[in-house]
Structure formats: C-alpha cells, structure tokens
Design a protein around this ligand. Sequence first.
Ligand code: KG4
Ligand code: ZN
Length: 335
Amino acid sequence: MRVLGIESSCDETAAAVYCRREGLLAHAVHSQVADHAAYGGVVPELASRDHVRKLPGLVSGVLRDAGLEPQDLGGVAWTRGPGLPGALMVGAAYARTFAWARGLPAIGVHHMEGHLLAPLLEPDPPAMPLVALLVSGGHTMLVQVADFGRYRVLGESVDDAAGEAFDKTARLLGLPYPGGPSIARLAAEGTPGAVRLPRPMTDRPGLDFSFSGLKTAVLHAVEAAGDDPQGRADIAHGFQEAVVDTLVIKCRRAIEQTGARRLVVSGGVGANARLRERLAEAGEANGFTAHYPRLELCTDNAAMIAYTGLRRLEAGHRDDLDFSVRPRWPLAELR
Ligand code: KG4
Ligand code: ZN
C-alpha cells in the first residue's frame, strides 16, 4: 500500500508518499520560517494562508517525484493535531477532499505519534519494545512504546519544551529563530566549564522535565556577560550542556526503569549533534542503542505522517467524511 501524507500543524507545509514495500518514495517540506521571522514567532493566520498556497503544489510535486498518479495510492493520512487550529484545518480539508474525490480511505493522525515513529521509517528499524524521547519546539516527553499504538507517557515537561528553551535562549543571546541550530553553532566556540547552568529536576526521582528556570539563569548570565562575544559563546555552550545533560540523565533513568534496550529520539532537538554524541556514550555505558531518523525527518515533515497513517490504515482505522481537528490532543488519549 502507498499512502500520501500531509502535514500542516504549524509553520511547515509538507507532503510525502510512503510505500509499505519500497519505503519512502518522495517527500517535500516548505518551511515558513522566513515569513514569521520578523514577528519573533509563528503568526497563526499567516501560517494558515501559506499552507493554502503551498499544499497543492507540494502534493503534485511528491506524486510526480514518486512517478505516481493519485489512483496508485491506497490512502491519505493527514495531521489531525496537536497544532494550530487554522493550520490543521487547511491540511485536514485538503486531505479529506483529495481522498473523497478518489474514493480513498483517509486517516487523521497524531503529530507526536508521527515524530515517535519517524525513526522506524529508516532501513533496519529498531524492534519494539522501546523508549522514545520526543523533543520538539512544543513537546518534551519520554514514552514507553510496547508496540504500535501502545504508548505510555513516562514523563514530560511541566513548563517549556526543550526546543522552546533553545528558542528563548537564542532570543536572549540575540540569535535568529529557530534557536537550536544557532545556539549549537555558537556553543562550538564556547569554553567548556566556563558557564555552569542548573540541570533542572535531575536531583529528585521521576521523569518529568522543567526548562523554564534555565531561561532565568541564562538571563542573569547574559546580563553579566554584556557584549563580550566569548562570554556569549560560553553561555551558549553552558546552556546546551545543561539541556543535553538533563535529557541524557532522564533517558538513562527511563531505560533503567523500563528495562528497554533501545531508545528512539525524534523531534527538532533530536537533530542536536551534542545530544547524539552524549546519548551514544550513555548507551555504550548502559547497554542501550539510540536510533534517529535522518536529520531532515527529525523536524516537521509528512513522511512520518504518511508512515503513521499507513500503520493505522493497515490496522483498520478509517475517518468518516465528517472529520475534525484536535488542536490540543494529549498523546495519552490516543487509541
Ligand atoms: O519538531 P520540530 O521541527 O517542530 C515542532 O516543534 O513540532 O522542532 C523544532 C524545534 C525548535 O525549537 C528548534 O529550535 C529545535 O527544534 N531544533 C534544535 C536543533 N534543530 C532544531 N534544537 C537543538 N539543536 C538543534 N540542532
Ligand atoms: Zn513537530
């Protein structure tokens, strides 16, 4: 079966075709980052309008790249939530109509289940059971994955997401959005150990995260550094170490607690090279392996939506014609 995937939950418009036998046949992402940059964050109405403009062309493009006609598809998957209501509605309406017009089954999928399964899109995927670390701009979560559709949230952020902490810290340092890549670049010039920031909530048991306090610590450090470029690089370095260290400590705990031998990591922060390096070391020391999607599938994309949709369509899930979006949709409520 070949499934067309459509993603429009935030500021990326994406389309992809995933095939059960041949894997990922095509995928394309249009990022709106430049459109929102001047506003310092995503403007929902602009996001919706741009999805309307870009989606039809992206869908024709991936079908062309895959060498397929719409009638070669076996289903359509789209992101039902969580995300921006208007942005989700654009993808939902487009996908549902596309499927209806061609008599295809359609399925609305959970964006975070997409991220969670993204590492399994790659050749030689890790076997279940596993632990998933989801680290994006909107979420930080550890999830126990017994099997497809069998998820237990082990811990999550009680305030800011890890990606959000990168974005806010970048703003404090005067670096461009998205903050993750720009902080990682500046951190490479920092002196190890020069700035030591807290590792929130690691001194007590449990798998929840908190990153908002780190922001305050960064603010004080930025004020102290003034416009000394080395001082700012040291802060970026200290910040990245603090977030990465916190994530690694909690992953190790989740692995210990569940007895899993495999960790999958995805979401935008999963692209962070220092995180990957530290998790590889932790895995060697603690007997687990860490698995990632290729870099471009760590951030928002439709390949993960097509793949998740395919698994759900194969399990017999279908949408009715009267679909709805779920802007707020806790992963724990997913059935
Ligand atoms: O998954 P994603 O593309 O979007 C959602 O939030 O759903 O994640 C985006 C987040 C942003 O906060 C961005 O700063 C962060 O991922 N990010 C990174 C890196 N690349 C992107 N954070 C740390 N290091 C990176 N290399
Ligand atoms: Zn995402």
